[in-house]
Design a protein around this ligand. Structure first.
Ligand code: HEM
Length: 246
């Protein structure tokens, strides 16, 4: 585990740039990206069915989302091999053993967690992720995949991102479970908005989804006013950041 941000650490620690991004530089963007990654997995019917089968996500959405975020952040913060990392990986393997899921489902969840936060930042963040940050995110998730005994994971960030695009184009589809999971969890993001934006309610969350994901989850277009408000807020945020950092 490392905690500082010296050049030596970056050289010795393959997860350094990703951890720095996720914990120190842009934790809100990475958390939001992880959330959006989770939504993407609802658009694969077999994954949605398995997730819905426990009933917990629909019944206790906040607790489930919190537990998933906490587990992922324990691994990001403390690394994969320290005491808390090893315990977390053991728990993850116990939890996923025996699920009716195939290798490609695991690769897809991995890609959704690795790539979605980077793409969110690229499209909507105050700056896009650097090559080092994307490679470091990939190094983290590829090592996690090895510890989860996953096979056939694409061999670089770029390969994983293009595998994901191709997989989504063939496998995104509507399912009652996917729609139900999304409806149960969409309020989590809008609840964190400042009060003047809550008037848009969960439609604001819908505006964060791209059209292919909205279609697969059976979500209506949230309307031009909501989409424009979101664009404006993101642009103001980006400009404010650029002003402060210049
Ligand atoms: C690399 C791939 C994956 C990662 C990193 C991952 C990660 C996680 C995490 C962090 C949790 C929360 C654990 C907890 O709160 O105790 C979780 C829960 C779960 N995952 Fe995964 N997962 C992956 C793949 C999959 C796949 C492919 C499926 C099914 C097709 C799946 C099904 C589930 C289920 C059913 C739960 C329990 C949800 C509940 O409590 O209701 N996961 N996963």
């Amino acid at each position: 585990m490392t905690s500082g941000n010296g050049a030596g650490e970056a050289r010795d620690d393959p997860y350094f740039y990703f951890r720095h991004l996720a914990v120190s530089l842009f934790p809100n963007d990475v958390r939001l990206g992880l959330n959006l990654g989770l939504f993407r997995t609802f658009a694969i019917p077999q994954i949605a069915k398995t997730l819905a089968s426990t009933g917990k996500m629909a019944q206790f959405p906040r607790a489930r989302a919190k537990a998933t975020g906490a587990m992922m952040y324990t691994l990001i913060r403390d690394g994969l091999d320290g005491p808390s990392g090893s315990d977390t990986i053991r728990a993850l393997n116990r939890l996923h053993n025996g699920l009716s899921a195939q290798d490609h489902h695991f690769t897809y969840v991995l890609s959704a967690f690795c790539v979605t936060p980077m793409e969110w930042m690229q499209r909507n963040g105050v700056r896009g992720p650097s090559g080092n940050e994307k490679d470091s995110s990939y190094a983290f998730y590829a090592d996690l995949a090895r510890r989860m005994h996953m096979k056939n994971v694409p061999e670089s960030y770029e390969a994983l991102a293009s595998w994901m695009t191709d997989y989504e184009s063939h496998n995104f589809s509507t399912s009652p479970e996917g729609a139900e999971l999304y409806m149960a969890t969409r309020g989590l993001l809008s609840a964190r908005l400042p009060s003047f934006l809550r008037v848009f309610g969960p439609r604001f969350t819908d505006a964060l989804l791209d059209p292919s994901l909205r279609k697969a989850l059976g979500v209506e277009d949230p309307g031009i006013a909501t989409r424009l408000t979101l664009r404006t807020i993101l642009e103001v945020r980006r400009r404010k950041h650029l002003r402060l950092s210049s």
